[in-house]
Ligand binder design. Structure first.
Ligand code: FES
Length: 148
């Protein structure tokens, strides 16, 4: 009986499966490590203003997170007025959230905390304040970014 040259041995098949599993596992480890050392490019912001919503859509003490280009921005209605910041933490680009009970913006990744009045760092490892985004009201609608 002639041997079929297109067949693969069981051992050969297992070797291929093992190599694919190893490559997948390596990618699962290396991918996040690369992202850790190369955080998001925060320079990519939309050139046009982005609508947040009606001027009364955020109560005092409240917040709204909106898409701002590829990344989210967070809009706060503080006792001192409206503020808008990039929601991307300046440490390693995790997304900050508003914590009204503690009156700060909190990054869950490494316990970074930011001041809602100016985005400055209160505590934790972030090396810089949150990026401030211009906010303005045009015809009763709030916008962030773009020209004021
Ligand atoms: S990514 Fe925000 S504190 Fe580390």
């Amino acid at each position: 009986m002639a041997e079929n040259k297109n067949t693969i041995s069981r051992r050969g098949f297992l070797d291929i499966v093992q190599k694919i599993a190893a490559a997948t596992g390596l990618a699962a480890i290396v991918g996040p490590a690369i992202a850790f050392f190369w955080p998001a490019d925060l320079e990519e912001v939309p050139s046009e203003p982005v609508a947040v919503g009606p001027e009364d859509s955020i109560p005092v003490g409240g917040s709204k997170t909106v898409r701002f280009g590829r990344y989210p921005a967070i809009v706060l209605n503080t006792e001192d007025g409206l503020r808008a910041y990039s929601a991307v933490c300046t440490h390693f680009a995790c997304i900050v959230t508003w914590d009204p009970e503690n009156n700060w913006l909190a990054c869950p990744c490494h316990e970074g905390y930011f001041d809602p009045s100016d985005g400055s760092v209160i505590s934790g490892p972030p090396p810089a304040p949150l990026e401030t985004i211009p906010i303005f009201n045009q015809g009763g609608t709030l916008f962030i970014g773009g020209e004021m």
